[in-house]
Design a protein around this ligand. Structure first.
Ligand SMILES: [Zn+2]
Length: 395
């Protein structure tokens, strides 16, 4: 899969005279070609068009050879788009006028990058400019990415930016600021709730899961109250059977969750850290995990395995207050929740209460991921996939 990312380099130059002249000549060239194409009444193939206009672009507009080619290609492209608009009656055939605000540049022929310097071909040949090189750019400039057709852009205030187009062939999706995240909250009123960065959500009820848990829970209470030897044997048998049923359910639901992630182009799934061996002094530990924690842990593990097969990364986040935090202003309070609804007492943000957890997990996963990237880690630490660390169904 080809990943394309544009990073914006701010040029550090006071004397922009030669860039102004170059971008002006380039634009004048485009407007000349535009007049030619407009007169034809329809776009012409760029090879044929180039033969016709190339000598003028070179002599009258003093453009370098590669610039002349870029001018033709860019104008042809713009008129092709116009032609499509005309076909669907969204526009009329008209002469397009270009303003001196940008210039297309091909890597090596029009520009090169070396350290914090960029060489750009101008009317007076290749000129070197310094640009502000920030840490986040490093990974794109370490030779692992190829550079595609980029743009020199002039802002209204006269400053110049270089929109560098970076391309990379990747097996799994590269994690960037633009990645799509999905938070998965397990074990509230629903077996699982998923919410993505672009606010797509889904509830996974696991069919009869909840019912099943209640039936077994009641049966267990009755047997426990008897306390006889045969009752204890029955309890043991019950936990095995319950466990198998829950495992089947977890296989089904985890498949649905990952399927939902794939449909929504999710790159990273966020889950809560549920090992139960975290700092035990924290008082906000989620009570809902105590009894069926092994089942939820198992569900998460299946999600992680199945996601990995589809090229999706999983990160685990701190579960503290995920159900009481306002996704908008981050205010934490028990008073934010009123049964089925969540209304932030601070900013008034309102949402279905069952969605809050997933929304907060999604947002924390993004933060965790971002922090790892800042530290230079490309992969999150792998969680130990051992079922022994969580309590078995309590008897
Ligand atoms: Zn709020």
């Amino acid at each position: 899969m080809l990943t394309v990312k544009t990073i914006i380099l701010k040029l550090d130059c006071l004397d922009t005279g030669i860039l102004d002249q170059t971008i002006q000549a380039y634009t004048d060239g485009m407007n000349y070609v535009s007049t030619v194409v407009y007169a034809l009444g329809k776009p012409k193939g760029s090879v044929a068009l180039q033969k016709e206009v190339y000598p003028t672009l070179r002599e009258a507009f003093s453009l370098k050879s590669q610039m002349a080619c870029n001018v033709v290609r860019q104008v042809t492209g713009t008129y092709r788009t116009l032609q499509q608009q005309v076909k669907i009656k969204k526009s009329e055939w008209q002469e397009i006028e270009f303003t001196p605000s940008s210039m297309t540049c091909s890597f090596k022929r029009d520009f090169t990058i070396n350290g914090d310097q960029i060489g750009i071909t101008t009317l007076e040949g290749r000129k070197i400019f310094r640009y502000f090189r920030y840490p986040y750019m490093e990974k794109y400039l370490d030779n692992s990415w190829k550079f595609g057709a980029s743009k020199l852009v002039k802002h209204r205030d006269g400053t110049y930016y270089f929109h560098l187009c970076c391309e990379k062939e990747a097996d799994t999706k590269a994690i960037t600021e633009s990645s799509n995240f999905m938070g998965v909250d397990v074990g509230q009123n629903f077996l699982a709730v998923a919410s993505t960065t672009d606010k797509k959500c889904k509830f996974f009820c696991g069919g009869e899961a909840k019912n099943l848990r209640n039936i077994y829970s009641n049966m267990r209470k009755r047997l426990q109250s008897k306390g006889t030897r045969s009752a204890r044997r029955m309890l043991k048998h019950l936990s095995g059977r319950e466990r198998r049923l829950m495992t089947d359910m977890n296989h089904r639901v985890s498949k649905e969750i990952v399927e939902f992630a794939v449909q929504n182009d999710v790159d990273v799934i966020g889950l809560e850290e549920l090992t139960g061996i975290r700092d035990t002094t924290i008082t906000h530990k989620k009570q809902r995990y105590t009894h069926h924690s092994w089942a939820f842990y198992e569900l998460q593990t299946f999600v992680e395995y199945k996601a990995k097969d589809r090229g999706i990364t999983t990160v685990y986040i701190d579960p503290a207050y995920t159900s009481q935090t306002c996704p908008r202003c981050k205010h934490i309070s028990k008073n934010n929740r009123h049964r089925k609804s969540f209304v932030c007492e601070c900013c008034g943000f309102a949402l279905h209460a069952d969605l809050i957890g997933a929304r907060n997990i999604e947002s924390r996963a993004r933060t965790v991921r971002y922090n790892l990237e800042v530290q230079g880690c490309s992969q999150p630490p792998i969680r130990e996939l051992s079922m022994d660390r969580v309590p078995s169904p309590g008897l």
